[in-house]
Design a protein around this ligand. Structure first.
Ligand code: GDP
Ligand code: ZN
Length: 329
């Protein structure tokens, strides 16, 4: 664990260990894989006792509030200068989890990959590759669903780009998102990004080739290699583990590594919840004639009326329909 006075090696307090073991045995009953569990220990770091790294766990773990995740704040008891016992896991402000792939039959089984993440920087390029705004809408819904603040970053602002890109980007500012145009070539807005990251726990996400590693490198030289961002751009499969890690930024704050990116991409939103993840739909949702309105082709739908009146952007509504109907991007 990271603490104000350096890294402390910790074990879990008995009570937590017990909850951990119970959750595990309950869960392994319907699983063939019954590996013995190794005792958990963690490195703690400066700045509010955050877990930077915990030992790899197998993906069948059952998440209870008593389960330690990367990013958790804990109360710990010192044994000496370098060791301690985790007494309590403090309540989480946010959770990035994913459903355990091996236990689809049990929907409640979720694995928390990152706790207490504050924000997600969603990176697209102004050109090369052309931005795919339907995909941006997917990322945004995921952030809204997880209650994480998204920041939209349009990188490669130095490259000539279509004026449609500017128009689309303006739409996102108009509905309330922060849009930062950046360039690692001209250093445009690199300082702005640094400021946004300070004292926050941030995940960078976006398609490959848009300049995520280059941005992370411009913000914190050397970081992109550590976070595995570079290898994730060139080849899949380096991270066989689902465990994320957090890396300290020299100005304060933390950056999540690429395992978190995959977790975000695997996020599932329930259809009923989807409309609320389109922020500009929210003021109209209560006006729909039927409480179970899907906002697709219903008579008396307030969302469709707002689209007709050009209050809600028609392309954003099409994105909504595509995600709702499970269409591929
Ligand atoms: P990632 O896959 O998102 O991590 O993208 P990379 O950081 O690997 O960048 C992909 C390519 O885009 C590399 O050739 C970079 O040199 C280039 N690149 C990154 N940022 C910029 C930028 O701001 N402007 C331009 N013109 N090229 C960039
Ligand atoms: Zn409706």
């Amino acid at each position: 664990m990271h603490t104000d006075d350096g890294v402390v090696r910790c074990t879990l307090r008995g009570k937590l260990k017990k909850a951990f073991a119970q959750a595990n045995s309950a869960h392994t009953q319907n699983k063939t894989n019954q590996q013995p569990r190794t005792k958990k220990s963690a490195n703690l770091s400066p700045d509010d006792a955050r877990i930077e790294r915990i030992e790899k766990r197998d993906s069948s773990e059952n998440p209870l509030p008593t389960r330690l995740a990367v990013g958790d704040y804990v109360r710990l008891r010192r044994l000496d200068n370098t060791t301690g016992v985790i007494e309590e896991i403090l309540p989480r402000r946010s959770e990035l989890s994913r459903r355990d792939a091996a236990s689809n039959q049990n929907k409640s089984v979720q694995q928390t990959l990152l706790a207490n993440l504050n924000q997600v920087v969603i990176v697209f390029a102004a050109a090369q590759p052309e931005p795919h705004f339907g995909l941006l809408d997917r990322y945004l819904t995921i952030c809204e669903s997880a209650e994480l603040k998204p920041i939209i970053c349009i990188n490669k602002a130095d490259l000539p780009h279509d004026k449609l890109v500017q128009q689309e980007a303006d739409l996102y500012s108009h509905i309330g998102y922060e849009v930062i145009w950046s360039s690692t070539q001209t250093q445009q807005n690199i300082d702005t990004l640094k400021t946004r990251l300070r004292d926050h726990i941030t995940l960078f996400t976006g398609p490959s080739g848009v300049g995520k590693s280059s941005l992370v490198n411009a913000i914190e030289p050397g970081m992109a290699i550590q976070t595995g961002m570079i290898s994730s751009a060139t080849g899949k499969g380096r991270h066989t583990t689902t465990g994320s890690q957090l890396y300290p930024l020299s100005d304060g704050g933390w950056l999540a590594d690429s395992a978190g990116i995959r977790a975000l991409a695997a996020w599932n939103i329930e259809p009923e919840e989807l409309a609320t993840c389109f922020v500009e739909f929210r003021p109209y949702l209560s006006e729909c004639m039927y409480s179970d309105c899907a906002h697709i082709d219903e008579e008396g739908c307030a969302i469709l009326r707002a689209v007709d009146e050009d209050i809600i952007d028609a392309r954003r509504h099409r994105s909504y329909v595509r995600i709702y109907t499970g269409e591929e991007r």
